[in-house]
Design a protein around this ligand. Structure first.
Ligand code: SF4
Length: 243
């Protein structure tokens, strides 16, 4: 799917962006990015994790009419769809756009065999996440994400602003320096909607087939061990290398 992102999406006054640095607060980085790249094609993406919800709230507070892109893999939890609907209602100045694959689960099974997420999860992620994201990125210059350094070893070297070689866009990571506790503090202070599964032992939430609760995990715990259980895989391929 091609998502057309017009420059007008992020225009909202010609204020001069205040200076920022690697240690700037996420809210300041969001405001800076939206102003600095006001005339470029900027997109915000989310899969509705807790971090993504915080980022969306920060974007919405600027008052700018932004597009928020998500990739519906057709394997979301019902709680994720419920959260999406709450976000749409809560943030009328944002438009939530599903740029997920057109490949139905049935077509995928016919083409690649049943339960591809078990036999070849990298291929499954490529078909349902990475390739749709490539299509999105063809229409983007700047990508605003909610990834954090402390989420995993593969994200430990994130910069606040960096070039994404895979998708060939400038990537802005305003939450890079935050801990999970910081995110939770923001979520509760600003009363941001979040996925109910976080309170049932799911630190991160992806597809139903590949996400398990983690014993003892509370809302401020972050681990990717509940994803792709029993494999070495920790990333779907949207962030970091591979796939
Ligand atoms: S997370 Fe699992 S089901 Fe979802 S796209 Fe990746 S392998 Fe497929």
């Amino acid at each position: 799917m091609n998502v057309q992102v017009s420059a007008e999406c992020v225009m909202g006054g010609a204020a001069t962006p205040p200076p920022i640095c690697e240690d700037s607060a996420p809210e300041a980085l969001v405001a800076w990015a939206l102003a600095r790249f006001a005339h470029q094609r900027l997109i915000v993406t989310t899969q509705f994790g807790m971090e993504g919800c915080a980022l969306i709230d920060m974007c919405a507070r600027t008052g700018r009419p932004l597009q928020v892109i998500y990739l519906d893999t057709r394997f979301f939890f019902p709680e994720t769809y419920a959260l999406r609907d709450r976000m749409i209602e809560r943030y009328p100045n944002l438009s939530f756009v599903d740029a997920g694959t057109d490949l139905s689960p049935e077509e995928q099974a016919a083409r690649c065999g049943p339960e591809l997420w078990k036999s070849d999860p990298d291929l499954c992620c490529r078909l349902r996440k990475v390739e749709p994201m490539r299509a999105v990125m063809k229409g983007a210059d700047v990508w605003l994400t909610a990834v954090r350094r402390s989420q995993s070893a593969t994200r430990a070297n994130l910069r606040v602003v960096e070039w994404d070689w895979k998708f060939q866009v400038l990537k802005v990571n305003p939450l890079a320096s935050w801990s999970r506790e910081d995110v939770w503090r923001y979520i509760t202070a600003q009363k941001v909607p979040y996925n109910a599964l976080h309170e049932r032992g799911y630190p991160t939430i992806g597809c139903t087939h590949c996400t398990q609760p983690v014993e003892g995990a509370g809302v401020t715990d972050y681990t990717r061990s509940g994803r792709w259980n029993g494999t070495e895989k920790t990333e779907c391929g949207l962030h970091g290398g591979g796939i």
